[in-house]
Design a protein around this ligand. Structure first.
Ligand code: NAD
Ligand code: WQD
Length: 340
């Protein structure tokens, strides 16, 4: 069984990817420091798959701790590096935390992959590398505007590090540029677990619907978009997880010894914030308490992906409709309420 190291495997996207890897016949080994996830997710993964996953509690920026993992596990067919802090406002308030941890973690992973001769790496990048593009949908070649936050800048820098590293080392790596991941596992056993007040749209919506938050504020309806609210490309987390499995398969199938590539991973559809709110109400048969508020500083007006490159290279495409993602996100929120 091919073993894949999944850093950040207890997190939102990582946990769904562990399930997808398992379903595709891979053995996932998790490293997580639980800085933004909960240990009960490991039990949930076992409930979903029937398998207890090996998990090392370690900080990926801690080289000695990570070396233990590589030494003990002996060999990996690949690494999927999710582990990173991801809060945009926190990165503005504490940029050094983001620059040191998120970039430091990637450097440690690369160093150990070289030392232990592991040659396939998938890196979690983001549509944030495009900033506010002049035109959309964006392709991988769309000129990048300045990042809107230190967090976004770490993703750009990490892509540069990968490019520079591959120039002088035998490594095959893909930076997957995720658009807006949403939804949850259909079982309702794993999903997004924001700490504190959510900044992302879908957890704010579900927490409002369940009564944890009083009201959702839609940040601005005076943009140059069909209904004045921002346009995003919301991709289901299970589809996104599957893109990682396909990426590992793709890298393993290549004869080349080195590769650095970037792939957009979205649906290819732009949807407005108000369309999401209305779809959430309809599909879950409820009324959401929301108001229109001022714009949020740093928000890009509109962005969505061209996904032809990922579809062709990975032989992958999205299958989960937005409505199902919104249903699953709501089921997950309700299940969390019962747990508490
Ligand atoms: P998440 O916070 O749910 O998961 C990240 C996991 O990594 C958490 O379990 C956290 O505890 C762990 N972690 C963080 N820093 C670590 C470290 N130094 N060492 C070990 N573990 C560490 O986030 P997510 O939404 O699953 O995001 C996964 C990756 O995808 C991140 O790199 C993120 O930047 C990127 N990304 C996320 C989004 C999004 O909107 N969710 C969009 C684009 C890119
Ligand atoms: C989506 C839309 C908000 C909350 C962020 C990061 C990006 C990437 C994905 C990691 C926007 C609107 C939101 C609310 C609202 N992450 N909104 N009321 O900003 O597109 O991207 O997550 O790489 O880097 O910046 O996602 O979910 O925060 O917002 O109206 O309470 O929902 O204005 O238009 P965003 P989001």
């Amino acid at each position: 069984m091919k073993k894949i190291l999944v850093t950040g495997g207890a997190g939102f996207i990582g946990s769904h990817t562990v399930v997808s890897l398992h379903n595709a016949g891979y053995e996932a080994v998790i490293v997580d420091d639980f800085s933004n996830s909960e240990r009960f997710i490991l039990d949930r993964l076992e409930q979903i798959t029937g398998k207890a996953f090996k998990c090392y509690e370690a900080d990926c920026a801690d080289e000695a701790a990570m070396e233990k993992v590589f030494k003990e596990e002996k060999s990996f067919a690949g690494v999927i590096h999710f582990a990173a802090y991801k809060s945009v406002p926190e990165s503005v308030a504490d940029p050094l935390k983001y620059y040191s941890k998120n970039i430091g973690s990637l450097c440690v992973v690369l160093k150990l992959m070289k030392q232990y001769k592991v040659d396939n790496l998938i890196f979690s990048s983001s549509c944030t590398v495009y900033g506010q593009p002049d035109q959309y949908p964006v392709t991988e070649e769309t000129p990048q505007k300045p990042a809107n936050s230190p967090y976004g800048n770490t993703k750009k820098i990490c892509e540069d590090i990968l490019r520079d590293f591959v120039a002088i080392n035998d490594l095959k790596t893909i930076a997957l540029r995720y658009f807006n991941p949403i939804g949850a596992h259909p079982s309702g056993l794993i999903g997004e677990l924001p700490k504190g007040v959510p900044t992302n749209l879908i957890p704010f919506i579900t927490q409002t619907a369940i009564g944890i938050r009083g009201q959702l504020t839609v940040f601005g309806d005076d943009y140059n978009t069909p209904d004045g609210t921002n346009v995003r490309d919301f991709i289901d987390v299970n589809d996104l997880a599957q893109a990682h499995v396909k990426s590992i398969e793709y890298l393993s199938s290549l004869q080349d010894v080195k590769l650095f590539d970037t792939l957009n991973v979205g649906t290819g559809n732009g949807v407005t914030v108000l369309q999401v709110v209305k779809a959430f109400e309809k599909v879950n048969d409820l009324k959401l308490n929301y108001k229109i508020g001022p714009r949020r500083s740093g928000d890009v007006e509109a962005i969505y992906a061209t996904v032809d490159k990922a579809e062709q290279k990975l032989k992958w495409s999205c299958v989960v409709p937005l409505e199902d993602s919104l249903k699953h996100a709501w089921n997950w929120e309700k299940a969390l309420a019962v747990k508490k």
